[in-house]
Design a protein around this ligand. Structure first.
Ligand code: EPZ
Length: 408
């Protein structure tokens, strides 16, 4: 692995960024669509693919699966999305072997919903030496998820596509990436009803055929949201293009409440800043269409620069405030009240620091914090940011930010 870091010259309170920034295809859509290619008899073409590290890892896993239905252990242990492959592999080949999936450390990330789902669909599970071995010919089942889970919804939806009979998934996740995938699979012979609602009905059937129809990766709504927050913090005239504004509704409503002015186009959002300070707004993360947990850290940076006191209530994960200490070191007034709640008082001037993001999304939040800080910050471990954001330094440079990648 090529080790590098970002060096960022902070702007302090200057609203200096301007220009246009394009949003790339969604990481959490393409990873699942790549996994779904197992359900196809023919080749699937993917468009608008971000060439990020996680996509490379998923491709490597797919190549490995050509030999046998077993996920490459080292890779799967580093990529949470690897679990999504288990559904299509089991449904197609009648067996799959995989380790407990890794990924960003955000607190507990169990896989009980997946295992319960496979059992309900008639599979048998053996755990041996840290590996799960699942076998069986899948049949449709009625599954009620006790918690809403994005990847469990996607994985069981994919498994059900080739299972025998009808599957009903209740209390399913409604993220737009699920809708995008189901829509594509339906054009290729699947029968998935209700994607984008809490109840999915899937009539299992035969193997899918793309017949030359490509999967077009939808724009990344987390990237869109991060750019919006960056523009609100440090931009005076920034246009975000190639995005889907309606997928950012929760964030836009909070930014509007904070006093940020923006204009929404069909696939663009423009921010024009006045000189007034944004007002603090409290945030509660929620499954889509609520405020995404993946924007929680970036929103915390925003709140360090807003006038007043606000709290962030993190309802999805129980270990997602690991960034708080670093922001405090930079001068933020931030206090972790409990594993689900932080309080932030602003505005506070931030000073440059050497930082290292505890996870992908917090890594990007550190780039934002470094942008509004006084002085030159270093954000170590660029790899964790490269997992989800394509050439971020090149794209942010075009807005006028002095950010450079340096090899270590
Ligand atoms: C997806 O993770 C995303 N990852 C995450 O993005 C995102 O933060 C998360 O959804 C929430 O939106 C991918 O799509 C690859 P969950 P996922 O299962 O599916 C509990 C990023 O940076 N749960 O919806 O793993 C779980 O512990 C990443 O791009 C169980 O209890 O999240 C959590 O509290 C980070 N049992 C809650 O459900 C299970 O079997 C929701 O997590 C599964 C999950």
């Amino acid at each position: 692995m090529n080790k590098s870091k970002f060096v960022i010259e902070g702007l302090g309170r200057k609203k200096a960024l301007s220009g246009t920034i394009a949003v790339r295809g969604a990481k959490n859509a393409i990873l699942k669509a790549l996994a779904a290619s197992i359900l196809f008899e023919d080749e699937v073409e993917f468009k608008n693919v971000p060439e990020i590290e996680d996509v490379r890892r998923m491709r490597e896993l797919l190549v490995g699966l050509k030999q046998n239905p077993e996920l490459h252990r080292d890779i799967a242990e580093r990529l949470r999305a690897s679990i999504v492959l288990t559904g299509p592999v089991l449904a197609r080949y009648g067996e799959v072997t995989f380790p407990f999936p890794g990924g960003c450390v955000l607190g507990e990330r169990p896989i009980d919903l997946f295992l319960d789902g496979y059992r309900a669909m008639g599979a048998e599970i053996v755990e041996n030496d840290g590996l799960f071995i699942i076998k069986g010919k899948l049949r449709g089942a009625h599954i009620f998820f006790p918690f809403v889970s994005v990847t469990a919804t996607e994985t069981l939806m994919l498994a059900a596509t080739l299972a025998e009979g009808r599957t009903i998934l209740e209390n399913a996740a409604m993220e737009p990436e699920i809708d995008s995938l189901a829509g594509y699979l339906n054009t290729c012979g699947a029968h998935i009803d209700g994607a984008g609602t809490p109840t999915l009905k899937i009539e299992g059937g035969g193997i899918l055929r793309a017949n030359g129809r490509p999967y077009i990766t939808p724009p990344d709504r987390i990237e869109t949201g991060s750019f919006l927050i960056l523009a609100a913090l440090a931009g005076h005239d920034v246009k975000i293009v190639d995005c889907e504004p309606k997928h950012s509704a929760a964030l836009l409503s909070l930014l509007a409440r904070a006093g940020i002015k923006f204009e929404i186009g069909e696939s663009s959002i423009s921010l024009r800043q006045g000189l007034t300070l944004p007002q603090a707004v409290s945030v509660r993360t929620h499954e889509y269409p609520g405020f995404p947990t993946d924007l929680q850290a970036t929103m915390a940076v925003f709140l360090t620069q807003a006038e007043g006191e606000a709290t962030i209530l993190e309802t999805i994960f129980d270990g997602r405030f690991r960034y708080a200490e670093d922001l405090a070191r930079m001068g933020a007034d931030i206090e972790v009240l409990n594993p689900h709640k932080v309080r932030i008082r602003g505005p506070r001037a931030l000073s440059a620091q050497e930082l290292e993001g505890p996870d992908l999304r917090a890594g990007l939040a550190y780039i934002l914090a470094a942008t509004v800080a006084e002085g030159t910050s270093v954000v170590n471990n660029a790899y964790i940011i490269d997992r989800g954001y394509l050439a971020i330094e090149e794209r942010l440079s075009k807005l006028g930010l002095n950010i450079k990648r340096e090899q270590i």
